[in-house]
Design a protein around this ligand. Sequence first.
Ligand code: BEZ
Length: 225
Amino acid sequence: MTLRINDLVPDFSANTTEGEISFHEWINDSWVVLFSHPKDFTPVCTTELGYMAKLNQEFKERNCKIIGISVDTISDHQDWKKDIQLSQGYEVNYPLIADNNLEIAKLFNMLPANSEGKSEERSAADNATVRSVFLIGPDNRIKAMLTYPMSTGRNFDEILRLLDSCQLTENYNVATPVNWKTGDDVIIPPKVNNEEAIKIYPEGWRDPLPYLRFIPIKNIKRVKK
Ligand code: BEZ
């Protein structure tokens, strides 16, 4: 299944380290980061899951739940959590989905391209998921997706930055420039022409180009998109 931005995220039931969940019900008006990792007891994943545990409070403060997924069992997840805490210094304080039969991995296209055929006919490496991240809004729609190869750990500070931008641009008719972070100037989007813009922003804007119009974040106004 090919998922795209703004699609309704697929619903599924799953066993997690914190009990059974029904995904849409679990989202429950929160933002969600669903992220897959190739395999338990592997080095890059160990650093990633430890770092997400460290960042979890930041996500919570933004009304965002985080949830990991791999094809490993609950019992493996539970054993591995001890290694993560020991080596990374953070307890995995969010649920991990056990997707033993690859159902969710297939639903979200989390398997690498060479993963045709039945799971038992493939090697353990083929069954591993790639490093995918899905950012989902409280409306259960996909806001952003990214996919990394197995050998490259992700930058989860970037996911937090992405969440800040998506939450801002959902509520305000603005866009965020390269490397934007909370507090930085934002952009008036092209669909707001100058005539409309001056009504919304009588203080004016900084425009190095006619189509590149910056306003200080303190001037933004919540307007219906
Ligand atoms: C890792 O997490 O270290 C890893 C997992 C699968 C392939 C390569 C590295």
